[in-house]
Ligand binder design. Structure first.
Ligand code: PXP
Length: 243
């Protein structure tokens, strides 16, 4: 099986830092620690309102890290300009609503194809790997392929929130079918949102899924066991499930 990659999202470190307006805790320091303990890449979401990660964080990470950076962003002209100047390894296009607590639901790639097409083309042209954050819905996956996305990140929020048992298994089956579809359309399949030690292994066991992006659970868990231990444990449960 293709190895599974772990992307660690450090947005919440910036949220904590911003709560006091100073420079501690530093998301770059957290990124370094995550990379030293089993992360393959670092994910940051530069939101329109800059509620956590700021422009300066993006530049600092780009300068200091050699590991791949995955920049999550809305498909706006402002973000396109920032991404093409920054040139991260990857960009994940996500829907963004100001009032939301976190990214709620996938992008409407089918309905918004006209608006997304120039952004995907510009990022592709800059040599940035583009992924679209989508619900496991065939119509959306086909739209991503038509748009020229190199990857799809499946939204795992509904799956993670479903009660273990019948409801969760039903959501897992949808994700597995979608992962196969993504691969058969010639794109890489990633997954993320709400994953923890119980749910991440279920996705890591799906051969078509090659990358998981995880933030909230790891940062919460870091309060109790420390970030190095939390990242290392996540890596361990993913690898075990992959075998
Ligand atoms: N992937 C995407 C596209 C996201 O928007 C998020 C949340 O920022 C994540 C992964 C990580 O989700 P969580 O913080 O719940 O692990």
């Amino acid at each position: 099986m293709t190895p599974i990659r772990l992307g660690v999202n450090v947005d919440h470190v910036a949220t904590l830092r911003n709560a006091r307006g100073g420079s501690h805790p530093d998301p770059l320091a957290a990124a370094r620690l995550a990379l030293a303990n089993g992360a393959d890449s670092i994910t940051i979401h530069l939101r329109e309102d800059r509620r956590h990660i700021r422009d300066a964080d993006c530049h600092a990470m780009r300068e200091a890290l050699t590991a791949p950076i995955n920049l999550e962003m809305a498909a706006t002209a402002e973000m396109q300009a920032i991404a093409t100047a920054l040139r991260p390894h990857a960009c994940c296009l996500v829907p963004e609503r100001r009032a939301e607590l976190t990214t709620e639901g996938g992008l409407d790639a089918a309905g918004q194809a006209e608006a997304l097409a120039p952004v995907v083309a510009a990022l592709n042209g800059a040599g940035i790997r583009v992924s679209l954050f989508l619900d496991p819905d065939l119509r959306q996956l086909e739209a991503a392929a038509r748009l020229g996305a190199r990857a799809v990140e499946l939204h795992t929020g509904t799956f993670c929130e479903a009660a273990p048992g019948v409801a969760r298994n039903r959501e897992l089956a949808r994700l597995v079918a979608a992962a196969r579809q993504v691969a058969s359309l010639g794109m890489e399949c990633h997954a993320g949102h709400g994953l923890d030690y119980d749910t991440a292994p279920l996705l890591a066991a799906v051969p078509e899924v090659v990358e998981l992006n995880i933030g909230h659970f790891l940062m919460g868990q870091a309060l109790f066991e420390g970030l190095p231990a939390a990242v290392a444990q996540m890596r361990r449960v993913m690898e075990e499930a992959r075998r």
